[in-house]
Design a protein around this ligand. Sequence first.
Ligand code: AP5
Ligand code: MG
Ligand code: ZN
Length: 219
Amino acid sequence: MNLVLLGPPGGGKGTQAKRLQDKYGIIQLSTGDMLRAAVASGSEIGRKAKAVMDAGQLVSDDIVIGIIDERLDQPDTGRGVIFDGFPRTVAQAEALDAMLIRKGKRLDSVIEIRVPDAPIVERITGRYTCGTCGAGYHDKFQKPAVEGKCDACGGTDFIRRADDNAETVNKRLAAYHAQTAPLLPYYETHGILRIVDGMQDIGKVTKDLEIILDGAAVK
Ligand code: AP5
Ligand code: MG
Ligand code: ZN
């Protein structure tokens, strides 16, 4: 099963993708995570992407399409993937459609996690992740059981993203509305778009996603 999670920055795509991976045996492919790894490694792609990401703008279609094209050839994607943060432009969506046909795969579901702009800044500026295992947390909405200690791995080092400040968040939101929101009518026309209310608590959003995916799986 191949699934796209659409939604604004801070909408909960990464949080939900991590929760769905195990249940459905499919893996999260976050272009944001891949680009941050490229930046950390100092690769040519990372050098090109860094300034664009720090400015809250979108990295070029060619770069992200190339990353996904290569990644989908790895055997661990065989049972399916959750695209998190990709596609993000109509050109990327068209490239994904063509790529999946070429590779003999298909998109089963596209789900918009719908969240209005107002809560986004608080969600993003409160976000942090475990530096050891990548588990996600929030200062207010998703605290570890023991403060300062990761629930998943016991790690005590946490990181915050360079682009998670109020100023850059507003630019990322503007990019979402201008360049990514047009994907909603694109997928609606294809008849595979579903919507989940992303303002509910994290567990309830997961439940709503599971209802959709369980329906898609029996088809
Ligand atoms: P990317 O890493 O994809 O960032 P983004 O789209 O801005 O999304 P986020 O990761 O910020 O949000 P999320 O939806 O994953 O939310 P999360 O689950 O963490 O991209 C970063 C940059 O890379 C882009 O700006 C661009 O430059 C570049 N890039 C990436 N892909 C690209 C592409 N395809 N094309 C071009 N450029 C690309 O949740 C946020 C917080 O809220 C967490 O702390 C969480 O605990 C909390 N939370 C989650 N759900 C809830 C809830 N229901 N209630 C309360 N709190 C919640
Ligand atoms: Mg994310
Ligand atoms: Zn951890």
